[in-house]
Write a protein that binds this ligand. Structure first.
Ligand code: ADP
Ligand code: MG
Length: 463
């Protein structure tokens, strides 16, 4: 029928606009490298903030003692405690708790958010058992993983540049988030010192390095997306502080804000951006990360319903609700292996209240998921290539290629198999057979939490 033909035309056009041939990905990678240079050259020199983390020393394995971490970065926050055994002792003991953040606190006041966090932290500390040991007369110390762009002023202080990922609390912007947390802890009567403020990418890099010496890059693919890597301190023109002994400085790229004319953006992406809380910002993040993938699919489906009556004569009302289709549900549909795409049928019914879909229609939904995820995963791979290029690790030098491990974490990477498979195969495709043997992606399971405790240990007031 002509309706079906129209639906197919919308799908086809979307697919074409989302295209990521290798040549395009290489342009994206080159643009990433260029922006990295620009962001390191001067403050505000690029959309890439290339934030200095003040981490010039990654974990060695000698860390010892009990340290806490708090990880705030999405809809959940986690608190954890880890007991490190010192040289060759590894992790002796660890415990964590996860608490979800009520949506109203994501858009309320700074005090309300930090009070909520400090309360949960105090409760967790009160539950510390005999299997953890704080050295006598020591104050408990905490690594604070805060996964939003922060202009750090030292290893344990930094001002919030802006919120992302659905958070919007005006009175926190410009404030030192460590001071905000410290005040809230004081209000709770919690005696604890924040000894390191780290982005989740930095935490993941530190956690990854603890278990593997070759880890030099970290990438987060969760609600949002970001990356960090180890840079030569003398290659950071905007750094005017003393050169660190190690000669290295970890850089938090804030790559979610990357943008380039080479990015394959569609009208759906422009509309999503225009209706977002942070218009014009985080464009890379808005086509790659878990917060947005399901929403992009919903938008295309909505268009198909409106213009091609994909789901019958009326547009299903639920399909018009922004963010109703979440990426985990999209993932479940995409991975449906049943012959009649039963999972797709059930999800459409349960989430969007669309019943009795035909197999043909369900296949369109799966195809749509595939287009959106393929674009995101391939662009993420291009981003990694951009970092490898900046580090000079994308080609062999005199037949030698330095082994490089990319520590990856985040719910999207961890759970969306089609995404992670595609990312990995694309990176290999971009690097070629020889080089890809030396570049390894490793899943760093909650490396960011462990990493934050490690950085709290290496920046302890008792050292
Ligand atoms: P955050 O990024 O919020 O710190 P996570 O790294 O755990 O936390 O990532 C959570 C995000 O991962 C979710 O917002 C969602 O987009 C994505 N995600 C979680 N589970 C799945 C899943 N099963 N399939 C696909 N994506 C998922
Ligand atoms: Mg996280």
């Amino acid at each position: 029928s002509s309706r079906w033909a129209r639906a197919m035309a919308i799908l086809k056009e979307f697919e074409e606009k989302c295209g990521t041939p290798v040549a395009k990905l290489k342009q994206v990678a080159d643009a990433m490298t260029v922006e990295m240079h620009a962001g390191l050259a001067s403050e505000g020199g690029s959309k890439l903030k290339m934030l200095i983390s003040y981490v010039d020393n990654l974990p060695t394995g000698d860390e010892k003692g009990l340290f806490y971490a708090l990880d705030l970065g999405g809809t959940n926050f986690r608190v954890l405690r880890v007991q490190f055994g010192g040289k060759d002792g590894g992790i002796v003991n660890q415990e964590f708790a996860e608490v979800s953040i009520p949506p109203h606190l994501m858009v309320g006041t700074s005090d309300a958010l930090f009070d909520y966090i400090a309360t949960a932290l105090a409760k967790f500390v009160a539950e510390e058992g005999q299997n953890f040991h704080l050295s006598p007369s020591r104050q408990r110390e905490l690594g604070f993983t805060f996964s939003f762009p922060v202009m750090q002023t030292s290893i344990a202080s930094g001002n919030l540049i802006r919120w992302t990922k659905g958070f919007s609390i005006d009175d926190t912007v410009g404030q030192d988030v460590v001071a905000e947390l410290a005040r809230a802890m004081e209000r709770q009567g919690l005696d604890m010192r924040v000894s390191a403020l780290v982005n989740d990418t930095i935490g993941t890099l530190a956690g990854g390095r603890y278990t593997n010496k070759d880890v030099a890059i970290a990438v987060i693919l969760g609600t949002g997306t970001n990356a960090a890597y180890v840079e030569h301190a003398q290659a950071i023109p905007k750094w005017h502080g003393p050169l660190p002994k190690t000669g290295e400085m970890v850089i938090n790229m804030e790559w979610g804000n990357f943008r380039s004319s080479h990015l394959p953006l569609t009208e759906y992406d422009h509309a999503l951006d225009a209706e977002s809380l942070n218009i014009g910002e985080q464009i890379f993040e808005k086509i790659i990360s878990g917060m947005y993938l399901g929403e992009i699919v919903r938008r295309v489906l909505c268009r198909m319903a409106e213009e091609a009556a994909l789901f019958g004569d009326t547009v299903p009302p639920k399909l018009k609700v922004p963010f109703i289709l979440r990426t985990p549900e999209m993932s479940a549909m995409h991975h449906d292996t049943s012959s009649d795409l039963r999972v797709v049928g059930n999800k459409l019914k349960d989430i969007l209240e669309i019943s009795n879909t035909s197999l043909k229609t369900r296949k369109v939904v799966v195809e749509l998921c595939n287009i959106v995820v393929t674009r995101g995963a391939r662009l993420a791979a291009a981003g990694v290539l951009g970092i490898l290029k900046k580090m000079g690790r994308d080609t062999s030098r005199d037949g030698e290629i330095q082994k490089t491990v990319v520590a990856m974490d985040g719910g999207l990477y961890e759970h969306y198999t089609e995404f992670s498979k595609c990312l990995e195969s694309t990176l290999n495709e971009l690097l070629g057979e020889e080089v890809s043997k030396s570049i390894v992606i490793e899943h760093s399971n909650d490396g960011s939490g462990i990493g934050a405790t490690l950085l709290a240990a290496s920046h302890s007031q008792y050292l």
